[in-house]
Write a protein that binds this ligand. Structure first.
Ligand code: F6R
Length: 240
């Protein structure tokens, strides 16, 4: 695992954005695995700027998002569908048919998990972008998730719901469940780029890099992969 420490969030976003830009330029029909949450916002902003500058096109890029909340319609401003539209998809030339996000609206979750898993496994993700939860989750694979897990319906831990409360007006509004790629899906990507910023991530980054490999810290599964880059700012690197 390669760990790169940068000064702050802006440098982190530029570094992650540059790595993705380099991939898109060298392989214009690449497949990207995408994350939501606060951390990738600057990375997506960077990609939008590079697109607007004419440096990249995403017209042949395919994307697969990690996860989607249950209990929210796609039109909800905190759905991950909306997040991706607002922060990336509407600002670049990705084709709607090349974009994949688990669907949790008006459907049988198990059918959707199976369908998403089938689609995902019919592709090969060239680069999977990840954030990390303060409890070490990746995607919404919470502590205790098997490393062999494929796409599934997961319950969000109270810690994760509390962490994500900042995006909602109250804790009651934060969904209790989500459809997420499993760790086995994530590990199939050709390369993985995990980004983390701020002191709230220092503990889980130390566990990821130096702790035992354990299902209690799902991100430690990444140590079983041979092409992982972790970019952290100084605050998130504080316990390394
Ligand atoms: C998002 C996702 C989550 C987040 C993680 C960190 O699609 O799968 O694993 O990456 O919860 O979220 P932020 O970036 O908001 O700290």
């Amino acid at each position: 695992m390669k760990v790169i420490t940068v000064r702050d969030y802006n440098e982190l976003s530029a570094k992650a954005g540059q790595l993705i830009t380099d991939l898109i330029r060298s392989k214009p029909d690449c497949t990207l695995g995408l994350a939501t949450g606060g951390t990738p916002l600057g990375t997506y902003q960077y990609l939008v700027e590079r697109y607007r500058a004419g440096d990249i096109t995403l017209k042949d890029v395919q994307t697969f998002n990690l996860d989607e909340y249950c209990e929210l319609p796609r039109s909800h401003e905190q759905s991950y569908y909306r997040f991706m539209q607002d922060n990336l998809f509407l600002h670049v030339d990705l084709r709607p048919e090349n974009v994949h996000i688990p669907c949790t609206e008006d459907c049988d979750p198990q059918v959707q998990c199976d369908e998403y898993n089938r689609l995902l496994n019919s592709a090969t993700v060239d680069l999977q972008l990840l954030g990390i939860g303060s409890n070490g989750h990746i995607g919404f694979c919470e502590p205790g998730t098997s490393f062999d897990q494929e796409t599934f319906l997961t319950s969000l831990s109270e810690e994760t719901r509390l962490d994500n409360q900042r995006f909602f007006s109250s804790l009651d509004e934060v969904p209790h469940s989500a459809i997420t790629m499993g760790i086995a899906n994530i590990l199939r990507a050709r390369s993985i780029l995990l980004i983390a910023s701020g002191k709230g991530k220092a503990r889980c980054i130390a566990d990821l890099v130096n702790g035992p490999i354990t299902e209690q810290v799902p991100a430690t599964a990444l140590r079983l992969h041979d092409n992982v880059t972790v970019i952290v700012d100084e605050a998130a690197a504080a316990l390394l």
